[in-house]
Design a protein around this ligand. Sequence first.
Ligand code: SAM
Ligand code: SF4
Length: 311
Amino acid sequence: MIDSYGRKIEYLRLSITDLCNLRCKYCMGEDGVCKKDHNGILSIEDMTTIAKVFHDKGVKKLRVTGGEPLVRKGFDTLARNLGEIGFDTLAVTTNGILLPKYAQTLLECGFSRVNISLDSLDNQVYCSVTRGGDLALALKGIEVAKDTFDKVKVNAVLMKGINDNQIESFAEFGANMGVEVRFIELMPFESSLDFARGKFISTDEVVSGLNLTFVGEEGNCRTYQFADGKKVGFIAPKSHKFCPSCNRVRVTADGKLLNCLHENCEYDLTPFLADETTLSNRIDQVIKRKPLCHNIYEKDAQTRPMSNIGG
Ligand code: SAM
Ligand code: SF4
């Protein structure tokens, strides 16, 4: 699939639920996702159809996300179905808490890449940011992932006054655990704007404040090194756009295709699910409308909560 600007679309991020077992303050409001608002979620069969059609159209990599993907009812079945489709890479983004239960299933179904979100190594801060999460459970998930998969990454949302003083501790944690740690810039979503106010700090500011040395770049992540060799990655969607090389689209758990994380524009796929050719044509039409660049500004922040898109 090629969009109107010549970008090859090869990466699908499929959100499989908007429910979550945490309520991170930068991601959703205090009430979390109420079951009563949890309407129109695609069935496992429909999600499988969507994944298959994207695969047939040239998508090579699929990442399962959420909400928390591992709380999705029927997750085992979906993982098995996705494994049978034949993607080059199957990946998952998770808060890690249920990994002790599901890591083996993921491995058996062909998942090879696991990204785990962890914003603090301090239990009190972790508990506060996640509104009640237990750091020990997340750490256990990372440990299990490390023992199960070759490629495990830990992602932290960079927040001024909350974890920007923990960059070196995270780099040390990554070195000890044998996992790559990346900080990602805080992005504005309407559901969490109050919390996010005053907490954005650019990766450039952090890098220059810590006097880090640039060592390399892979995809949208730039890796830096402390004087003693410990490494840490930074992803800067807000201060350094990587739109020109964007190769991804997103499908939400209620069947909307999003060309861009920060565009308030979504395209319903649900009326087209009965027939794969019709669905394929609909996807072609939508991909042609993928914007050249995002515009992440608070004034027109994404109205869907991040938990409703999947990151
Ligand atoms: N529940 C899973 C998890 O936390 O990894 C998957 C879904 S979560 C929405 C996907 C990613 O989005 C996580 O790494 C999370 O930290 C990130 N995220 C959520 N809200 C964000 C925000 N406002 N700015 C930057 N990243 C955000
Ligand atoms: Fe849940 Fe992930 Fe959002 Fe945290 S970032 S509330 S773990 S969906």
